[in-house]
Design a protein around this ligand. Sequence first.
Ligand code: HEC
Length: 213
Amino acid sequence: MDWAFQRRQTGNETALKRPIGFLYLGIGLLGCGGPGDPSNKTESPKAIESPAEAAYRDHLEKGRMLSQRAAETLNARLNASLQQGGTEGAVAFCSLKGLPLLDSLEEAHGVHFRRAAVRYRNPENRANAQEAEHIARYEAELAEGRALEPVVVETTGGKTLFFSPIVLAPNCTQCHGKEIEPAVMAQIKARYPEDRATGFDPGQIRGLWSLEL
Ligand code: HEC
């Protein structure tokens, strides 16, 4: 098995992808006992990591933690407004705008949050070429039944970007699915005349968390 660091060059970015089993395999190789030896669990994986690998892992963990917190915050507000005002009343709340926690995370961690989609609702969220490439890659991986892993990419301009897929859950279909109530659709069309974000099935890739770390 090739467990060395993989470098992937696509356009203006270099993606460093670490195979999932890397840490555990590394521990097993370094440890004196077999994989079942409990002493292996306390061994530090850092011993076999290069600085570039360690930086990649730190960025990945930071992006994962921040995007999860953002998703939880957004979902909590969306669910609360769905309960209070029904689907129609909740149309304004599937947005990153007006979430104080996100603003404070941006300030505290020097991060910029964005959700990007090819089939976008708000044109501000329209995927750029790089984001569209990652959405297409996640769609292909999903079709092949592969695990969808977040990635960190360094741009030639010196930016560190984090991407992770947003998969449609069943309760998202009331505003992004195939059968949307006319009153809800009217709200959506009034606010987003360019809307392209309907017709999805649960389990499809809806878009990306796109963070600048
Ligand atoms: C009550 C209606 C509603 C529900 C339910 C809803 N959305 Fe949205 N969604 C919207 C609206 C409205 C926007 C545009 C927000 C904006 O202006 O940024 C949006 C935008 C998005 C975007 C940003 C990209 C774009 O197209 O503008 C993503 C990603 C997204 N929704 C995913 C989801 C997911 C995943 C769920 C289920 C957990 C969900 N939505 C549930 C109404 C909804």
